[in-house]
Write a protein that binds this ligand. Sequence first.
Ligand code: ADP
Length: 479
Amino acid sequence: MNDTAGLRLTVRAAEKRDAGRGIARLPESARKRLALLSGDTVEVRGERTAVAKVWPGGPDAPDGSVLIDADTRANAGVKVGDTVTISPVDVSDADRVTVAAPGRLAEVDVSREVVERALSRELRDRPVTEGEAVHVERLGGLRFVVARTAPAGTVRITASTDVSVEYEGDVGAASDRADAQTDAGSDRAGGAATGADSRSAPASDDARPKAGDSPPAEHTAGATYEDIGGLDEELELVRETIELPLSEPEVFTRLGIDPPKGVLLHGPPGTGKTLIARAVANEVDATFITVDGPEIMSKYKGESEERLREVFERASDDAPAIIFFDEIDSIAGKRDDGGDVENRVVGQLLSLMDGLDARGDVIVIGATNRVDTIDPALRRGGRFDREIEIGVPGEAGRRQILDVHTRRMPLADDVDLDRIAGRTHGFVGADIEGLAQEAAMTALRRARESDSRALTDVTVGKADFEAAHANVEPSAMRE
Ligand code: ADP
């Protein structure tokens, strides 16, 4: 292969600290072959092309791999495990860059001038190309799309680049397209949209996103492994169990072994069970179908079994797929304590799981905080083959979750995340997310009261976290 034309490497997920930074970590062997130095810009070619800055790989980037973050993966249209071509790219300084704003920006009520200043500062020194999505930390982590650059191609935004923002309704605006993509990727329970699932097609007229670019609602997992704080071992167990059957089902057929059919995640609410399931579905590009346990029992009274059959049918039509049963205890309680309806529904679920074919490309994940109430027949081999506890995080876990939820937040220097982690005993992931959001809102309110022009320079400080802490109670205390 001609090295200057590029090197084919396998995509791995970036470390959490790289999230949203447009970085490609390359092993030394690849940097040598491509004659690249840290800080150089490369093109990452997958289904589409993204650009990223080169950083050294470290121990997690073995030969043949490249570590890229979720934004860059989304921009290049690739998933973990795919192959991309990495090649050096010449970057010229940009004269002009036009960025399309998401519609939600209107909710913040800030002037165009302030937005442009924030964009210009945030994007300084960053290589960008037309069509690329960028999250702007100074504006609450909102997602913008690079609409046009002059010159065309990959450009670096410098202090003298004229950065302008384009709103929906501006003549020739691309922002309506930016919106369409943002919405498609925002089906996440809280948190800033990562855009990982919203394919960012180039925003020029001849390449506007096609209908097929927006995943159907049930497919929109959005979350990535980088969005999960702590839970490293638990995630590893889940991945070990279900990634292989979903991405390479033929391995099981070839070896003549039965692929796993189900995984039971158990632990208190808000600890990340749904998040893990969504992240795995997203990372392996599987359809994600959620079944709400209590809803299927009450809303579809009398039709619960029928609904279950439909769900399994849809999953095999759209395989690879993950069927996620939230609060599975409400439909799969022990048969002898329930009434007739419950017994029939558990029976139906058992037979649907037994009927999943040996291809292994449909996997059921059940989530519950009351594992002991689950019908024992479901917990026997061949159904939920694996039970994984997702517990309340300890201090180190809380610290990592804080990292995830403050990643795109402009933190003041006085914020000590270690200290916050030490003082939030009993907080689960959802509580920590609530705390971080509340701190950000406190900071925004404070900034608006003093001077609305200061809004985009707002930082979230220690006092904001303290005020938020006084208002946010860990969910365990509320029960
Ligand atoms: P569960 O399914 O266990 O009840 P969820 O996965 O729905 O909990 O968590 C709700 C939200 O809380 C998530 O969408 C995420 O924003 C946040 N969260 C929970 N656990 C974690 C975690 N370990 N790391 C980061 N965020 C978390």
